[in-house]
Ligand binder design. Structure first.
Ligand code: FE
Ligand code: FE
Length: 231
């Protein structure tokens, strides 16, 4: 079992592990904060689903607190400045789309891209996490599937009207995912997570979502790898 070997080699108290953790932990905390803000913003945009979206936002806030505890448990101070820069472009794209009332783009950014990014990262992290963080992350990742499902269901119900905007938003935002994954590749490896596995798991999670929404296999292949060759 290679995963087990990898986790035995990790020294959670080493300076190099804690240094990488200060950025990865910050990214995760910031990601949950972004998700909290985004679902609250979506609640304003979709008044019919307000209660449900507020519920999702509250879950994200709980996730954030859980991951803050993970950093504290390892005596790591998260580098929040780094994490805010890391999310800046995606954050800006969501903000612009929300201001323009583009619900479809906002759902693609939050419920598809950010949730699938989280699902991939948390699933790859769980086998190599310390015992405390593993337990928390296992609980969190279950919620992230529910959040992705919210976006899937809405977009599926509005598929024909959303399709063109989804493809457009995909072209605009998916290349950012590959950039972000590259940016954290070295720190992720220090924690026992390989970039290739993260890319694979993201594409699987994102492809599943596109399939559930109603895209054809050909469209999924084209969309889920968009911009990957360029990085
Ligand atoms: Fe979350
Ligand atoms: Fe989520």
């Amino acid at each position: 079992m290679p995963q087990l070997e990898a986790s035995l080699e990790l020294d959670f108290q080493s300076e190099s592990y804690k240094d990488a953790y200060s950025r990865i932990n910050a990214i995760v905390i910031e990601g949950e904060q972004e998700a909290f803000d985004n679902y609250n913003r979506l609640a304003e945009m979709l008044p019919d689903q307000r209660d449900e979206l507020h519920k999702l936002a509250k879950m994200e806030q709980r996730h954030m607190k859980g991951f803050m505890a993970c950093g504290k448990n390892l005596s790591v101070i998260p580098d929040m400045g780094f994490a805010q820069k890391f999310f800046a472009k995606l954050h800006e794209n969501f903000k612009v789309a929300a201001a323009e009332g583009k619900v479809v783009t906002c759902l693609l950014i939050q419920s598809l891209i950010i949730e699938c990014f989280a699902i991939a990262a948390y699933n790859i992290y769980i086998p190599v996490a310390d015992a405390f963080a593993r337990k928390i992350t296992e609980g969190v990742v279950r919620d992230e599937y529910l959040h992705r499902n919210f976006g899937e269901e809405w977009l599926k119900a509005n598929f024909e009207a959303s399709k063109a905007e989804l493809e457009d938003a995909n072209r605009q935002n998916l290349p950012l995912v590959w950039q972000m994954l590259n940016e954290v590749a070295d720190d992720a490896r220090e924690l026992g997570m390989e970039r290739e596995s993260l890319v694979e798991d993201f594409m699987i999670a994102y492809g599943e979502a596109l399939e559930n929404i109603g895209f054809t296999t050909r469209e999924i292949m084209r969309m889920s790898a968009y911009g990957l060759a360029a990085v």
